[in-house]
Design a protein around this ligand. Structure first.
Ligand SMILES: C[S@@+](CC[C@H](N)C(=O)[O-])C[C@H]1O[C@@H](n2cnc3c(N)ncnc32)[C@H](O)[C@@H]1O
Length: 256
């Protein structure tokens, strides 16, 4: 495992919206729902467009979300969901306000990793019998990250992405805050490319992948060229999807 993270990444609005439109994440949503079923006060940090926040809100009758780009929160303007502008590094809540805190796919984007995890742990109510913090990040065999590492990351001159480091830091920081039980789960999610014509599909996938992390990068056109041959090889094995495999870290207080 790497000993540092190359981030934080930029995540443009259009890049994320195009990505979410292709993303199928039923397994992730089901797991988040089952993990939160015994909770009542939920916070989703970096809720984004709100697919997971919405699922939790439907189940619990409400959910609070904090998101620096509230214009992204297309699913969050629904009954029972409170959306506040803010960042993981400085959460606008008292200690122990929530019995479950979710932080899904946000650690590559925060500017201060340790401060963000500390804040997430601080607002969790450790006295609640179902107290927990849930993080989701990229699995070691994440196909999307592997494609970006092979093609775009070298063009950007950055070290390869390894999201395991982020969850390892989260575990270490929360371990200093009274969390002692850590469980890991795996989820399958995927970006879908139903285009019948291979050239159309490769172009669509190249745009989605490059825009996800590098939409505003000056070398984005060069990255589009670099990613296309790798996508052709990928689609020869898995014709209509790029996997976005996740690792879910659940931290709880109490005996290990
Ligand atoms: C990849 S998206 C994930 C969104 C959502 N959690 C989900 O799983 O659908 C990352 C989100 O993190 C948000 N973000 C970026 N920097 C952040 C920060 N410092 N604190 C909290 N959220 C942040 C972005 O605006 C974006 O909505």
């Amino acid at each position: 495992m790497s000993t540092g993270y190359r981030g934080p990444h930029a995540l443009s609005n259009r890049g994320w919206l195009d990505f979410v439109a292709r993303l199928e994440r039923r397994e992730e949503i089901a797991l988040v729902r089952s993990l939160t079923s015994g909770n009542s006060r939920a916070l989703d940090v970096g809720g984004g467009t709100g697919e997971l926040t919405h699922a939790v809100a439907v189940q619990l009758g409400g959910c609070t979300a904090v998101e620096p780009h509230t214009d992204r929160a297309t699913r969050l303007r629904e009954t029972g969901i409170e959306i506040l502008p803010g960042s993981a590094e400085e959460l606008p809540f008292d200690d122990g306000t929530f019995d479950v805190v979710l932080a899904n796919w946000i650690l590559p984007y925060v500017t201060d990793l340790e401060a963000s995890v500390r804040e997430i742990g601080r607002v969790a109510d450790l006295s609640h019998p179902e107290a927990k913090v849930v993080f989701i990040g990229g699995a070691p065999d994440n196909e999307l990250v592997a494609l970006l590492n092979e093609t775009c990351v070298p063009v950007a001159g950055e070290p390869p992405d390894d999201q395991g480091y982020l969850l390892a830091v989260a575990e270490e920081v929360l371990g200093r805050q009274g969390f002692s039980r850590f469980d890991l789960y795996r989820t399958e999610a995927a970006l879908h490319f139903p285009e019948a014509d291979l050239d159309d599909r490769v172009r669509a996938a190249a745009r989605t992948l490059v825009n996800f992390w590098y939409e505003e990068h000056p070398a984005a056109p060069e990255m589009l060229t670099a990613v296309e041959p790798a996508l052709r090889r990928h689609f020869a094995r898995r014709p209509h999807a790029v996997g976005d495999q996740g690792v879910v870290l659940v931290a709880r207080p109490g005996p290990a």
